[in-house]
Ligand binder design. Sequence first.
Ligand code: 5GP
Length: 193
Amino acid sequence: MELLKNKILECGIVLGDNILKVDSFLNHQIDVPLMRAVGKEFAEKFKNDNITKIVTLESSGIAPAFAAAEEMGVDVVFSRKNQSLTLNKNSTELVYSEVFSFTKNVTSTIYISRKHILPGDNILIIDDFLANGEACKGLISLIQDLGATVAGIGIVIEKSFQKGRSLLEEQNIKVVSLSQIKSLKNNTIEFLN
Ligand code: 5GP
């Protein structure tokens, strides 16, 4: 997706050899026209997959997931990471999974309420980045525990030099990334195609 690649080149900040900071359009401030275009692109790529719901992880997945959901006419469920007064961890209403965060170097518990995903739902997972696939792995586990099917995964920025894509493809899941980064070495953003 050329618009996205140009934005990454214009605004992305390389941190070390592995991390790309995109706070100015995706992870802190959101570029709304770009996100709308991202949503349209995901809707086009998954138009024949009979998606009934989109699932993402708070917080950075919400913007692209919302944009795609609006285009596709479905709702978004974002799995949550923190306890709140309205969600009781001991409740049987919730299903849990553990996710190791590549950027934060910590494992956190994520959860979704059974009320929002039904057995038979055909789910599209959307996330901002794909690195080692841990976030997607956690979401897949939650969705399967809820008796629903993962029909595909849409990623805004894939770091193709990490193992996430191969891990997901091993499970025969359709993975669509709107941009694929081959390398961040020498402070330079190099795309796969
Ligand atoms: P994974 O779970 O695939 O290892 O990593 C994906 C998650 O980690 C994403 O949800 C994203 O929040 C975060 N992440 C991984 N790599 C990067 C990166 O280079 N930049 C940013 N901003 N987030 C990243």
